[in-house]
Design a protein around this ligand. Structure first.
Ligand code: ADP
Ligand code: ZN
Ligand code: ZN
Length: 726
């Protein structure tokens, strides 16, 4: 045999979780496909890797040969590989980390795709012939043949359901009477039961704005007030795409993926549809992924990570509540699913719709500057009940557990009218501080630069940063006084107080302590819809996505902190939360929103309440432009942490020289806003550039010199476009 027949070719394989992008190997002919899994020798182990290139610049005699090809077809479609490579470059994350996120666990572990397939059985011979080969006394086997004769095919599960055993099936198969074959599980098909609304003029014009762009890359910002019928606009556009045999991907925030929303989609489409979220088990996830990849599923609804779903006929990506912070991953690969969606759409030349009542300043800026199409829905789709804002000036007022007398009176009025009331405070627990009345000592976390929050239901002090908890002390640790007082407000304290004020009212507290699971949340929401709950105390868990038709009053406590926050996005988030929470009221009936504040004349607050979110956001944009902050500047944070303060500092100092020759502002090393967390010191460098390429050149130069693994135990990371500087 001529040796060139067996000539091996250099290839690149991405071995997952190696802090690297790819390693070079030799592969014999026929070569694996790009995107297929291979088994490779790696540091004396056998590891699963993904083929990412069929070339290598390294001399062949330095390379090891792959052990085995695991797939004939790529598991990582070219479009997803391209997306992963973009994310790896843009967020300066190793490709092996990005691809790790993109693939279901069972695929990463190298399991065969075949095991997803279910066994089915059919008759292999005419019934009479099969019967003739059986002993007459084999009654069970005869019955089994009769059963199969009356069905085209039956799954293993169905046959077992009729009371037959695996042994009986195996025996008939061995005799050649029946055939066993493997078939993928059916994709769940939703069944439209609800006719679509006739769109109003605004919705119609939104749809007609979008339809001409279905075959190319174009991003639309659909800015529509709560209840203006954005979802119905999505439905109509989606129907056009489905009719053209396209698939559609819909991304929603973690908190927005409610059974309510899924039901609405299922009621609109008679289409194979899968939902992808973090609570799926490995098998469900793989199954949904496979349905999307084979094109069986035409609609995919999912949270952040669903941006990696392979969809060969993808024709549109919709991002609902695009401003939501859960679209940005906060650890590991710090990608934004929204921005990644734009890249995926651009590569495929398909449109994207970003929907929100309170768009992010980035998207708004893009819309105002003409880069995105800008579509507005300004009217409620259903008889628009009005919401009235009441700014309650609480300066010098006597407060009862944080509530002004006028607020309590208004709550009473709404409860007496048999309506629902929501009190919104974004802090869980009873009180954020336990203080000694004698000497001013504060209960502090031993491991963090943070106070401990008092939780009375468990009689514990809890650190909200590291979860350290201890039983509530009875004495001051400084002066031994017994006079320890709870300072500040939390959901538990408000709930307790309102329960004493309104003893006959059914009250529910909805926060992370009370509601640990989505099922728990669903039960609470059901009780609210059934009106068994009349008064609700909640955190931002409740701020979006849920319809409460009987809610007529929202009370917002604690808005003032945002005006003092160091975080440059705090005001944007306040505006979004206030608008979203207010959107819960007045869905069906006219509503009121009370905002208790010490800053009633704050101009931005006034703009928000009088002129609405859009005007507020424009004012914030002007301020960001002045301060040269995103979206008018491009920033990245390099964070580092270690038990030794000096070691973190020294490490960040060694990075600086690599970044200094670029035209950017380099700030730090400076302590992170929470300097010590869980006994670890945290410092950061801030990079700020007037354009994106400069920022990326600098980070790229840095990554050339220093890998993202630990350095002398110092853990570090790069966050491009951070959503906060913590
Ligand atoms: P958004 O997503 O903008 O908050 P939704 O799409 O949820 O708004 O619509 C709000 C409510 O109005 C829903 O109950 C929806 O069924 C209803 N709705 C939407 N469009 C129409 C329409 N054209 N006619 C009547 N009702 C509508
Ligand atoms: Zn004391
Ligand atoms: Zn702590």
């Amino acid at each position: 045999m001529a040796s060139f027949v067996n000539a091996e070719v250099g290839i690149q394989v991405c071995v997952l979780k190696t802090f690297g992008d790819a390693f070079d190997y030799l592969a014999p002919q026929p070569l694996p496909a790009i995107g297929a899994r291979v088994l490779v020798p790696f540091r004396r182990q056998e590891r699963v890797g993904i083929v990412v290139a069929l070339e290598s610049a390294l001399p062949h005699d330095k390379l090891k040969t792959i052990i085995k090809i695991l797939d004939n077809e790529p598991v990582l479609m070219p479009a997803i590989l391209t997306l992963c490579q973009w994310i790896s470059r843009y967020y300066h994350a190793p490709l092996s980390e990005v691809i790790h996120r993109a693939l279901p666990k069972k695929i990463r572990l190298g399991e065969s795709l075949e095991q997803l397939l279910q066994p089915y059985y059919t008759l292999a011979q005419p019934l009479a012939q099969a019967q003739a080969n059986l002993k007459p006394q084999a009654t069970k086997q005869h019955a089994l043949l009769n059963l199969l004769a009356t069905h085209a095919s039956l799954s293993h599960k169905e046959v077992r359901g009729y009371g037959f055993s695996k042994a009986q099936l195996d025996q008939l198969a061995a005799q050649g009477a029946i055939t066993r074959y493997l078939k993928p599980p059916e994709c769940p098909i939703s069944n439209a039961q609800v006719p679509a609304h006739v769109l109003n003029d605004e919705q119609n014009s939104a749809v007609h704005h979008i339809l001409p762009y279905l075959h190319r890359f174009q991003c639309f910002l659909l800015e529509g007030i709560t209840g203006s019928g954005k979802t119905e606009v999505y439905f109509t556009v989606i129907k056009h795409l489905l009719a053209q045999q396209k698939q559609v991907l819909i991304l929603v925030p973690e908190i927005g993926l409610t059974p309510q929303l899924c039901r609405r989609f299922e009621q609109q489409f008679s289409t194979p549809l899968v939902v992808i979220h973090s609570r799926l088990n490995d098998h469900e996830r793989l199954s949904a992924w496979q349905h999307a990849k084979t094109g069986n599923a035409r609609l995919v609804i999912g949270t952040r990570a669903a941006i990696f779903t392979p969809m060969p006929d993808l024709g549109l990506i919709i991002i609902d509540e695009e401003h939501d912070s859960s679209f940005k991953q906060l650890d590991g690969v710090r990608y934004s699913a929204r921005d990644s969606a734009l890249m995926r759409a651009k590569a495929l030349d398909i449109p994207v719709i970003l929907g929100s009542a309170t768009p992010s300043l980035e998207s708004l800026h893009n819309a105002l500057s003409g880069r995105f199409g800008h579509i507005k829905l300004t009217k409620k789709a259903q008889t628009g009940a009005k919401v009235r804002y009441i700014v309650s000036d609480i300066r010098q007022q006597k407060l009862q557990e944080g509530l002004a007398a006028s607020t309590i009176a208004t709550i009473k009025k709404h409860l007496q009218a048999k309506n629902q009331v929501l009190v919104f405070i974004n802090r869980r627990g009873f009180a954020p501080i336990l203080m000694c009345h004698q000497c001013g000592w504060l209960a502090h976390c031993l491991h963090c630069d943070s106070h401990l929050t008092l939780h009375t239901t468990t009689a514990k002090l809890l650190c909200h940063h590291c979860n350290m908890h201890q039983t509530r002390p009875t004495q001051c640790q400084q002066c031994t006084s017994h006079e320890l007082i709870a300072v500040g407000l939390g959901t538990q304290r408000i709930t307790q107080h309102l329960q004493t004020l309104f003893p006959n009212t059914s009250i529910a507290r909805i926060d992370r302590d009370e509601v640990q699971s989505k099922e728990g949340l669903a039960a609470h929401l059901e009780a609210i819809n059934q009106q068994t709950t009349q008064l609700i105390i909640g955190t931002q868990m409740l701020a979006k996505g849920h319809d409460f038709p009987h809610l007529t009053l929202v009370v917002v406590l604690d808005t003032d902190t945002a005006f003092y926050s160091q975080d440059f996005r705090a005001l944007e988030q306040l505006g979004q939360i206030l608008t979203q929470v207010a959107g819960r009221a007045g869905r069906a009936k006219a509503g009121e929103v009370i905002i208790q504040t010490h800053l009633p004349e704050q101009p931005l607050l006034q703009t928000l309440l009088k002129a609405g979110y859009h005007a507020f956001a424009q004012a914030l944009l002007a301020a960001r432009q002045q301060a040269r902050l995103p979206p008018f500047a491009y920033i990245a944070v390099i964070r580092a942490q270690h038990h030794s303060e000096s070691r973190v500092h020294k490490f960040l100092m060694t990075l600086k020289p690599y970044l200094q020759n670029f035209n950017l502002d380099l700030l730090g090393p400076a302590p992170a806003p929470l300097y010590r967390k869980a006994r670890v010191y945290r410092l950061q460098l801030l990079l700020k550039a007037t354009n994106r390429p400069i920022l990326h050149q600098a980070l790229h130069a840095l990554c050339q010199h220093i890998t993202l693994s630990r350095h002398q135990g110092v853990q570090w990371s790069i966050d491009v476009d951070p959503i906060d500087l913590f």
